[in-house]
Design a protein around this ligand. Structure first.
Ligand code: 6PG
Length: 258
C-alpha cells in the first residue's frame, strides 16, 4: 500500500487573508500544471471561504492566470436554477467568473434544468468524460468546503453516495435545504492531484478537529473520506475554525465535546 502524505494545514487569522493566500498559491498550481499540460482543470465549490478565494483571484490575480487554458468544473450543486441565490454556480459567477476573461465554453457548471436530477448527474459525468479519457477524472485542483456535520461537496453523513465506488457524479438528497443536489463522488475527488479544503468559522472547529485528529469513518464524517490516491490535501483555515487544533501560538485545545 502506498503511504499517503500527511495533510498540510495553513492557519490564517481571518477568512480574507486565507482567501488571498490560497489565491496566490492557486496561481502556482496553475503555472505548474500548464508547464507540462495544455490545460488546467480546477473544480470549484460553494461556501464562504471558497468565495473569498474567488474574490481574491478576481481582484488581485486576474492577470496571473491564462484563462483560455483553464477549465472550471463544480464539486456539487444545489438543484436550483443557475440564477437562484442558492446556486453554487451563481456564487462563483458573481465572485469570479464575471470579472475574469475565462471563455464561456471553458466553464462547466452542473446542469440543473433537467426534470430528473439523475439524468443531470449522468449528463455531467459525460461532460467530464469529454475532458478525461481514463477510468477516473484527474483534476489539477479540487476546492472543497467543510460542513459543521462533516459533510463536504454534497456528501452528507449517512448518505449512500459516500460509499459510491463507480459513478463520478450522483444525484443526492441532502438533509438540509435545498435538498436536491448533484455531487462528485469520493473516488472522483480522490484522483485529483491537489485537494484543498477552505474552512472558516467557529461552527467548523469540532468537525475540523475530528477530521484531522480522529480519523472518523467517512459514513459519519464524509470529509474524512477525502484521501487522494496520488495527490495531496491542504487545509486552509481561519483562526476560528482551527481553534481546537492546538496549533502553535493558538489558544490551548479545549475538549472536543463540552
Ligand atoms: C454546498 C457546498 C458545501 C459547502 C459547505 C461549507 O453547496 O452546500 O458545496 O459543501 O462547501 O457546506 O459551506 P460554508 O463555508 O458556507 O459553511
Amino acid at each position: 500500500m502506498v503511504a499517503r502524505p500527511a495533510p498540510t494545514v495553513h492557519p490564517f487569522p481571518d477568512v480574507v487573508s486565507l482567501g488571498r493566500a490560497a489565491a496566490h498559491e492557486l496561481c502556482r498550481v496553475v503555472a505548474s500544471a500548464l508547464a507540462i499540460r495544455p490545460h488546467c482543470h480546477i473544480v470549484l465549490s460553494g461556501g464562504r471561504a471558497p468565495r473569498e478565494l474567488y474574490r481574491a483571484l478576481a481582484a488581485d490575480f486576474r492577470e496571473e492566470i491564462p484563462w483560455d487554458r483553464m477549465h472550471l468544473f463544480w464539486t456539487d450543486e444545489r438543484y436550483v436554477p443557475e440564477d437562484d441565490p442558492r446556486s453554487n454556480y451563481r456564487l462563483a459567477r458573481e465572485a469570479l467568473l464575471d470579472h475574469v476573461p475565462v471563455p464561456r465554453h471553458n466553464v462547466h457548471p452542473m446542469p440543473t434544468d433537467l426534470h430528473d436530477s439523475e439524468d443531470a448527474a449522468e449528463a455531467y459525468a459525460e461532460t467530464l468524460r469529454a475532458h478525461f479519457s481514463g477510468p477516473w477524472p484527474r483534476f489539477d485542483l479540487v476546492l472543497l468546503g467543510l460542513g459543521s456535520d462533516g459533510h463536504t461537496a454534497s456528501l452528507f453523513p449517512g448518505s449512500r453516495a459516500v460509499a459510491e465506488k463507480e459513478r463520478w457524479v450522483m444525484a443526492v438528497r441532502a438533509p438540509v435545504k435545498p435538498s436536491r443536489r448533484l455531487t462528485l463522488t469520493l473516488p472522483a475527488i480522490n484522483r485529483a492531484r491537489n485537494v484543498w479544503f477552505l474552512v472558516s468559522g467557529t461552527e467548523k472547529a469540532s468537525a475540523l478537529r475530528s477530521v484531522l485528529m480522529e480519523s472518523p469513518q467517512p459514513q459519519r464524517c464524509p470529509a474524512a473520506g477525502v484521501r487522494p490516491i496520488n495527490g495531496s490535501v491542504t487545509w486552509w483555515t481561519d483562526s476560528a475554525a482551527s481553534a481546537r487544533l492546538g496549533l502553535p501560538g493558538r489558544p490551548p485545545n479545549r475538549p472536543l465535546l463540552e
